[in-house]
Write a protein that binds this ligand. Structure first.
Ligand code: CAA
Length: 258
């Protein structure tokens, strides 16, 4: 695959850059975009000329979540058998450092992609959240697990159960992001950090990344599997259908608890 439809790629010396590129949909992560993203990451990972990777969106939105329009009508069985969330796991298995450069909306699956990266550089305008509760579902790509480990139980509960969003400054305060910089500089800052790391001893960088992830991810796999089953299960509920229909119809959902 050399030409992508939903992402743009470019190399800056030893740094591979991927831009999510569905601006009209605020970079909502449809299945095609996720497939392209994972393909591009794998190519950079296999390329000895690349030492680090940056994933970004645009100023308005890193990504506003999984594509609601694509999954709104799916049944739980279809969600389970298609298992579209599994490709998200690929980010975690990239051996080179991956930095998310985030501006604007970083919601739902978007936040889950950012949290699957090794570091996050945020613009002052970035907003982080897990708004799945508004749709009658829960995060399905690691949100309940990685968020809780990053920001702690109290805040994760508010974010997952009550759509609390974090400003960039709050996200830094709670340990979700590395640095916050003015919007004009967030990508430049992420690229500079990636370039610095890309100059370092590749094997030590690789094993250092692996070791830190090991500390962060002990017991993560059980939690991830549990979360994914619950996410898929919710597609058998009337509330998921109502929540996603209400989003598309731009109205308030009416919950039935069934
Ligand atoms: N999926 C599909 N389309 C989306 C989208 C999404 N996640 N987010 C935004 N869009 C689309 C909107 O439908 C709209 O399209 P139209 O112009 O065709 O109507 C376009 O992007 C622009 O969005 P808005 O007009 O809504 O922009 P806004 O500035 O008024 O609001 C927003 C921005 C608050 C981010 C709002 O778009 C929003 O709430 N988006 C949904 C966020 C969300 O719920 N994310 C979680 C998705 S589920 C998930 O991610 C599950 C998982 O864990 C894997």
């Amino acid at each position: 695959m050399s030409a992508y439809e939903h992402i743009l790629t470019e190399k800056n010396e030893r740094v591979g850059l991927v831009r999510l590129n569905r601006p009209k949909a605020l970079n909502a992560l449809n299945n095609a975009l996720i497939t392209e993203l994972m393909h591009a990451l794998s190519e950079y990972d296999a390329d000895p000329a690349i030492g680090a990777i940056v994933i970004t969106g645009n100023e308005r939105s890193f990504a506003a979540g999984a594509d609601i329009k694509e999954m709104a009508d799916a049944s739980a069985v279809q969600m389970l058998t298609a298992d579209h969330i599994s490709p998200f796991d690929r980010i975690r298995s990239i051996t080179k450092p991956v930095i998310a450069a985030v501006s604007g909306w970083c919601l739902g699956g978007g936040n889950e992609v950012a949290m699957s990266c090794d570091m996050i550089i945020a613009s002052e305008t970035a907003r982080f959240g897990q708004p799945e509760i508004n749709l009658g579902v829960i995060p399905g790509a690691g949100g309940t697990q990685r968020l809780t480990k990053a920001v702690g139980k109290a805040l994760a509960m508010e974010m997952v159960l009550n759509n609390r969003t974090l400003t960039a400054e709050e996200a830094q305060q709670y340990g979700l992001v590395n640095r916050v910089v003015p919007v004009e500089r967030y990508l430049e800052e992420a690229l500079a950090l990636a370039a610095e790391i890309a100059q370092r001893a590749p094997l030590a960088v690789r094993l250092g990344k692996e070791a830190v992830n090991h500390a962060f991810e002990s017991f993560l796999s059980d939690g991830l599997a549990d979360e994914r089953r619950s996410f898929y299960f919710l597609f058998s509920s009337a509330d998921q259908k109502e929540g996603m229909a209400a989003f598309m119809e731009k109205r308030k959902p009416e919950w039935k608890g069934e």
